[in-house]
Design a protein around this ligand. Structure first.
Ligand SMILES: Nc1ncnc2c1ncn2[C@@H]1O[C@H](COP(=O)(O)OP(=O)(O)OP(=O)(O)O)[C@@H](O)[C@H]1O
Length: 257
């Protein structure tokens, strides 16, 4: 799994004018978005602001959006009245692991891949996420955090150029979530995929991402570069300034805290 250094110079995702409505209600209103290759970008927004809708559209999972289609098949295509250019190899991670309960962990990771080389890479990916020795476990025997690790391994083994993650740690307890933040950042440093991380957790966004976007009223309202070196500490007072700006953009005032 070599780092995708060759992609560092061009945007991984270029989205222009994506619009998506449900029952006459506009959720995404002509979104423009560039994701530079090899960058970890977080997308914040209130519940219902359209974060998952945006991620699903980019992933090619939204059948209701005009121009729907898998980025695996078309690098550049019409989408929701606009245009999307995305890499060929895209992986998606969700809040729940979506492991198939009737397949063992390694078989889940290898789903759709075959050959000795795939198996070797699958085992390596499981080792990378800290699941060495659990290859033959059933998904039902894993904790929530372990299941998400397996889901990350399943993504990694496909060597994604773009990783779309929709609140991947949202269902985990606070301590596990912090450990998973460390793991995601580590995996990102090693493989450098472009990442779009959907989250409602301001601290998660600040600690992990190079750049944080806030989705509001169907548009990208704030686009904030987090200029702090990694690894970042949750206690770093300088991150407080970013937190304040993001909370203000989200309309969270002192009265709410
Ligand atoms: N398939 C659908 N049919 C009808 N409405 C939908 C559909 N999918 C999403 N919506 C609506 O679009 C809006 C945005 O939903 P979305 O799931 O993208 O929000 P979100 O920002 O990801 O929210 P959350 O943080 O709660 O997950 C919501 O009002 C939701 O009800």
């Amino acid at each position: 799994m070599a780092p995708h250094t060759e992609q560092l110079t061009r945007p991984a995702v270029q989205l222009r004018g994506l619009t998506r409505s449900f029952d006459g209600r506009t959720v995404l209103d002509g979104i423009d978005l560039d994701l530079p290759a090899g960058q970890l970008t977080a997308l914040l927004g209130h519940s219902g602001s359209g974060k998952s809708t945006l991620l699903r559209a980019i992933a090619g999972l939204d059948h209701g959006v005009t121009g729907w289609g898998s980025p695996l098949l078309e690098r550049s295509r019409e989408l929701g009245g606009g245009q999307l250019t995305a890499p060929e190899r895209v992986s998606v991670v969700f809040q729940d692991s979506r492991l198939l309960p009737w397949r063992r962990v390694l078989a889940n990771v290898l789903l759709g891949l075959d050959g000795k080389d795939a198996e070797r890479r699958g085992r390596e990916a499981l080792e990378e996420v800290g699941l060495k020795g659990r290859e033959r476990a059933w998904p039902g025997e894993l904790s929530g955090g372990e299941a998400q690790r397996a889901a990350l391994a399943r993504s990694l083994v496909r060597e994604p150029e773009l990783l779309l993650a929709d609140e991947p740690f949202g269902a985990l307890d606070a301590l596990t979530r912090i450990r998973m933040h460390g793991l995601l950042r580590e995996l990102w440093e090693r493989h450098r995929p472009s990442v779009l991380l959907v989250t409602h957790d301001v601290d998660e966004a600040i600690v992990l991402a190079d750049r944080v976007l806030v989705l509001e009223k169907g548009r990208i309202g704030l686009d904030l570069t987090i200029g702090r070196a990694h690894p970042r500490s949750y206690r770093d007072p300088l991150l407080g300034e970013y937190r304040e700006r993001l909370l203000a953009a989200l309309g969270v005032t002192e009265d709410h805290r």
